[in-house]
Design a protein around this ligand. Sequence first.
Ligand code: ARG
Length: 565
Amino acid sequence: MKKVLSKMIIKYLDGFSENEVEQLLEIPPETKMGDYSLPCFALSKKIKKSPVIIANQLKSDLDNDMDKGVVSEIQNINGYLNIYLNKSSYIHYIFEKANNLNIGISFEFKNKVICMDYSSPNIAKNFHVGHLRTTVIGNSLYKIYRKLGYKVIRINHLGDWGTQFGKLIVAYKNWSSQDKVEQCGIEELLRIYVLFNAEAERNPKLKEEARSWFSKMEQGDEEALSIWKWFKEISLKEFKRVYKLLNVEFDYYIGESFYMDKVPALVTELKEKGLLEESQGANIVCLEKYNMPPCLITKSDGSSIYHSRDMAAVLYRKKKYDFEKCLYITGLEQKLHFAQVFKAIEEMGYDWAEELVHIPYGLVSLEGEKLSTRTGNIVYAEDILKEAIHRSYKLISQKNSNLKNKEQIAEMVGVGAIIFHDLFNQRIKNVNFSWDEVLSFEGASGPYIQYTYARAKSILRKGNVEKANMQINVNMLTDEVSYELVKELSKYEDKVEEAALRYEPSVIARYVWGLATSFNKFYHDCNILNAEKSIKEARLVLVYLTQKIIKDAMDLLGIQCPEEM
Ligand code: ARG
């Protein structure tokens, strides 16, 4: 619609492009002030006239020459050109679009590739609430970009290499057994890792042993590698349980170990390009001119490091996928790490370094809340998800004891609640976790939206509606409440694009919450099933299209919606 309007307006605006006008058009907070509005302040600098004069001139030009099928009225209020659409043709336009949602939003990005690096937990360490955030943000961005037509490559860059594995092997040999690890999994691996660190304080010889086991790993020693591989299998089994609960999949699980043997080629290239410097026996790339500490490439014993493995990884990805963009989703604390890696790549002369984007997120705090924990303060994502499912089961049973498939629905509600709570918050903000908020059926929560969806579905069942009947009289929907809901529907595509542009799933979470709220107001104020025939038919189409968009938006967040609740 913005495109249609800006085309109409630029005919009378010298020196402005259609795009510029489109960017300026706003949706006023209240329909009273028009459906769209052009703030003429933004034009006065170039045109050198006051906003009021510009708006007046535009109004009189457009009054004589506007498509009355699209626009019904134009007003100049204090330099704002307020545009009122022809309601019935607008409703028709929005309905057609909403009904054809499955066709996809845009073809602009077809065949462009985005690599996404997210989740990426560390082997032998717990999958914690921070990893839950990168996983759900990544999964949602994947769905958003896919909807825009991109080909998205989902990469799980497992933390599966590094000196910690030398320590773990020593710890395993001293204080654990095959049975214990098989039985307790990551919990046991964590226990012995903590033990190692405590013991090594007293007995430095242990550190020496750990170093030597890690260098055995780097040299391909069979025993060392088979223990490491086994730890990896044990850990992946646990991670995959979380992914299954979350309904998340990856195209590749390629961890840091994969790039270990690609670092020597990186070192050679850096040397050839005159970028490698020696510092206390280690190899570095100096980033002083960017005010950054140096990027470490190899340690004094020649082994690779987190930074250089990331550099090797991105060179590999660029070659293999020729990505348009490569996105990394991690906690804010890794900001410097990625800034160094990206700069070092740029220094190597790769202009595509500007296509590398770090997408940071804030901390999750669990203050004041007793969450089930296994060892001390460590909170496992799996425990939180299970607890949410358990609590949801109780809640939905209380609400509707006749509900069939309660277990399945409790899983969608519990997991959906956790995901929604996470994504509703702006990515960069810290999240405070509270069960009351997560599982409330009233506030901005996953269950509230799922419940709204189930309500719409139940109305459609009662009204025998299976698809949208476009032969309705849209004039039956021009009352204030219905029209507000139509306008909410009309915002969906822009919101998807905005979410992609800002790497911000919260745009969609907030949108779908607003949509559900508008729908519930409509449901409350407007009789649907007992209304007169032509009104009932029109309202049912509005219900149909609303549930369709709710479901589509929730899917973009990675949340399933039960048909009944
Ligand atoms: N394994 C890291 C962690 O748990 C995240 C890895 C992110 N990806 C990357 N390419 N460095 O914090």
